[in-house]
Each structure stands twice: as structure tokens, then as C-alpha cells.
Design a protein around this ligand. Structure first.
Ligand SMILES: N[C@@H](CCC(=O)N[C@@H](CS)C(=O)NCC(=O)O)C(=O)O
Length: 201
């Protein structure tokens, strides 16, 4: 069975949510930032969350885990096939959720909680915040009122993008998420599979 090293509110939410949508069995193991278990440190020496084990397979990138699970346990409509319209959008937003959004959040969160007081509002923190908000404006414009980012249906790309609302809370910028993106994500959060995933401790 898949073992997902999880911490509530971390990017492991993407992987747990995907499993809940697909009905793929999984178990979770605690992945604490502050008191990492020896087991977690062995699976992921970087101690970033999530990590995942599937037999001999061990992974530490949340979006790659989603692709792996869909390939291994699909077919699933959460994935857009190359022959379908919307494939390029699907690939783009699947990656953009991490590379274009959440990745900018890590140093912002670290600055918020760990930087000396006189550096919390420094140039880099301002740059990161603007980078995230600018990219969210872009997502909002591309959505243009539509409920999904690709292929006119709910896909793993939406799961990838939606994590930014959780990450933005840690970064202290959730109040600044553009209204169009906020309503898009709040609509995704109505999904029963999301609600089950969000409740997993
Ligand atoms: N690209 C990785 C990023 C993982 C990551 O940075 N996770 C955060 C928690 S959501 C973390 O562990 N931050 C602590 C750190 O960067 O040391 C992924 O998508 O899985």
C-alpha cells in the first residue's frame, strides 16, 4: 500500500486528495517539520513534506507523486491524455501549481517565521509576495470565470494549483488572493474527496 508521509496543511494534501478522488488505498505516516522521526529522515533526507513510499519506490516531489499514482492506478479522468483538447493546459497548470506558485512560498514562509524582525519585510519577501500574487492574477485571467484550469473538467492540475490557498495562509498572504481565484478554489474545496483529505491528520 502507498505510504504518504503527511503533515496537515503541507503539500501532502495534494497526494492524499488525489488518492481520495481516485479511491486509491493509502496509509499516512507523520512527517513533522520540528520533530522528524528517524523513519521520515531516512525516506527523505531533505525533510520536506511530502514523501511517499510504494514498495521499493521512494519519492519526495508531490506533483511527481500525483503523476505516478495516476499512471499506476488509472486510467482516471483526473489526467488529460495527449490526444485530448486541453492537454497542454493540463501539463502547464499541473507544473505551475508547484513551480510557478507554491515554490515561491517556501522562502516567504521561512522569512515570516524565522527571519530576524528587521528582515521580515525585506526586498526578497516583497518580491516573493508580488511574484505569487502576480501569478495568481494570471491564473484568474486564464480561468475567466471557468471552474477548472484545463480540459473543462476537474483534473490533477486543479489539485496542484489549489494548494496555493493553503500555502498562502502560512505565508500570511491569503487575504490578498484575487477574488476570482479564491472562489475557484473554494468551489474545489466543496468536493467530498477534498474534505476527507483535509481531515486526515
Ligand atoms: N517541491 C516539493 C516541495 C516540498 C516542500 O517544500 N514542502 C514544504 C511543506 S508544504 C516543506 O517541507 N518545507 C520545509 C522546507 O522547505 O524545509 C513538493 O512539491 O513536494
Amino acid at each position: 500500500m502507498l505510504k504518504i508521509y503527511h503533515s496537515q496543511g503541507a503539500r501532502s494534501l495534494r497526494v492524499v486528495w488525489l488518492c481520495e478522488e481516485m479511491g486509491v488505498p493509502y496509509e499516512t505516516a507523520e512527517a513533522s517539520f520540528f520533530k522528524p522521526s528517524d523513519e521520515f529522515k531516512t525516506v527523505n533526507p531533505l525533510r520536506t513534506v511530502p514523501a511517499m513510499q510504494d514498495g521499493d519506490v521512494s519519492m519526495i516531489e508531490s506533483v511527481a507523486m500525483m503523476i505516478y499514482i495516476m499512471s499506476k492506478h488509472g486510467p482516471t479522468d483526473l489526467e488529460v491524455k495527449p490526444s485530448e483538447p486541453g492537454y497542454a493546459d493540463y501539463l502547464q497548470y499541473l507544473m505551475f501549481g508547484e513551480a510557478g506558485l507554491a515554490a515561491y512560498g517556501n522562502p516567504l514562509v521561512a522569512t515570516r517565521f524565522m527571519a530576524p524582525d528587521d528582515q521580515k519585510q525585506n526586498f526578497t519577501a516583497g518580491y516573493l509576495k508580488n511574484a505569487i500574487l502576480k501569478r495568481l492574477e494570471f491564473v484568474g485571467q486564464r480561468l475567466d470565470g471557468k471552474p477548472y484550469v484545463a480540459a473543462n473538467r476537474f483534473t490533477a492540475a486543479d489539485i496542484s494549483i489549489a494548494y496555493i490557498a493553503t500555502g498562502a495562509k502560512f505565508a500570511g498572504i491569503d487575504d490578498e488572493i484575487p477574488a476570482s481565484v479564491k472562489s475557484y478554489i473554494e468551489n474545489l474545496w466543496q468536493r467530498p474527496a477534498f474534505q476527507r483529505a483535509a481531515a486526515v491528520k
